[in-house]
Design a protein. Structure first.
Length: 436
């Protein structure tokens, strides 16, 4: 069944229907299943007629309306556009984004944070992420910004959350204590176990880094209380054994582990092609089935990709944008440029203003209009469009859509997993699951 309106899938508990509009899930009985399949097999809109007879007609959950001047609730600060590693696939081109290596100055960081907090109403929550390059190259600024933002947030009654993405090679015990004090969410880039990681993430001189990172993290992972520490694996053609990598990283004590396909890189040989994406999908599903089994047995299994997807499905997520890039989230470059997200730093395709001069609202509005899923092709014919939101803007702009089949395959599996988990462990989700 290939329809932009709905998707039929089978779980361990029967057949089900996902309505794309509103991401609603319904059970399908034996009498209805052939009716839906026959209607979907026609190219004359017959399925929409059948769906209207079953569910009625109403205003769509997602229409053509474009976000207008949405409030910014999250920023990432590229505090160091430089790095001590030489990862071949790095979208930031060695951390410098194609520019001379540079560090953010206090005035730029302070003004960016001040603007974020000034626009936040009392009782709201904002997030400040420290990015690079490698943010701990500019450790002093990270600390100063955090302390400033925490104090200002208290004065304004705005809750400030902090996060960092780091390669882990420079973490010191005092950093761990600081992360604990301020409740950081820390994401460490690790591309598998020792062999895979060292091949993909060497030092600038070509040396190994896995043991160095793990040695610095192990005491922290044992002792932390408030800090959430995750591992993020960038998947390339050189590290495709996902179940092995997931188990190996979970054994180290990470709170969660997630995989991200490399789709847009300056080094084209490290991008995933059609064959590698299928191998990755098979590995993701294998990890997901392990997740299902562990959850059914009442044991934790911190596979972030499937856990996050199940939460979104349970909430009935239906969205016209893939993420908050250019809307509720902006990336700030070392020199104070404002960009759609951290991946667009120094990229004219995502430039939206500057800290000094403010957001270019005309340019931002054009971005929000152009990136709406209804203006993306071939999203209009895809049942997964409101779960996917049109895909990562950076990847789509710079490579196109090589991963649509991968995304649909993963979401198809996640729908199955959602029903399976909801049936055997209904307590896994908040009240009011969406299986009707």
């Amino acid at each position: 069944m290939h329809s932009p309106s709905a998707h039929i899938f089978e779980s361990n508990h029967g057949w089900h229907l996902l309505l794309a509009d509103g991401s609603r899930i319904y059970d399908v009985d034996d009498a209805l299943l052939p009716v839906l399949r026959q209607a979907a097999g026609q190219d004359d809109g017959r399925l929409d007629v059948v769906l209207a007879s079953l569910f009625g007609t109403a205003a769509p959950y997602v229409d053509d309306s474009v976000l207008v001047d949405p409030p910014v609730r999250s920023i990432s600060l590229a505090v160091a556009q430089k790095c001590n590693l030489a990862c071949g696939y790095c979208y930031a081109q060695g951390g410098s984004f194609g520019q001379a290596a540079q560090s953010m100055e206090w005035q730029v960081a302070r003004d960016a944070v001040a603007q974020l907090l000034a626009a936040a109403n009392p009782g709201t929550r904002v997030n400040i992420a420290f990015m690079g390059g490698e943010p701990l190259v500019n450790r002093g600024l990270v600390r100063r910004v955090t302390e400033y933002a925490a104090a200002e947030g208290r004065d304004r009654q705005v809750q400030v959350a902090f996060s960092m993405t780091t390669n882990g090679t420079l973490i010191q015990p005092e950093d761990c204590a600081f992360f604990e004090e301020h409740g950081f969410a820390v994401t460490v880039s690790l591309d598998g176990t020792r062999e895979e990681h060292d091949r993909l993430r060497p030092t600038a001189g070509g040396g190994p880094t896995f043991d160095r990172i793990v040695g610095r993290l192990e005491p922290f992972l044992r002792q932390k209380r408030q800090t959430q520490v995750s591992a993020r694996v960038t998947v390339t053609p050189l590290n495709l054994d996902l179940p092995k990598m997931l188990d190996g990283l979970l054994t180290l004590g990470f709170d969660q582990v997630g995989f991200s396909p490399m789709l847009s890189s300056p080094h084209r040989g490290l991008e995933l092609g059609e064959t590698e994406l299928q191998v990755m999908l098979d590995g993701m599903i294998a990890c997901g089935r392990r997740f299902e089994a562990e959850v059914a047995a009442g044991r934790p299994y911190a596979f972030a990709n499937v856990a996050d997807a199940l939460r979104e499905i349970h909430r009935g997520t239906h969205r016209p944008y893939a993420c908050g890039a250019g809307a509720g989230y902006l990336g700030v470059s070392a020199q104070g440029g404002l960009f759609a997200c951290h991946r667009f730093v120094e990229d004219e395709a995502g430039r939206l203003g500057s800290v000094a001069e403010g957001l270019d609202r005309t340019r931002r509005q054009s971005w929000l209009s152009d990136r709406h899923v209804h203006r993306q092709e071939p999203c209009g014919t895809c049942w997964a469009r409101y779960l996917c939101g049109g895909g990562c803007h950076h990847e789509v702009i710079h490579r196109g859509r090589p991963a649509c089949d991968f995304i649909r395959g993963w979401l198809h599996y996640c729908l199955q997993a959602y029903v399976n988990v909801a049936q055997v462990r209904p307590d896994f989700f908040p009240p009011s699951p969406l299986v009707a």
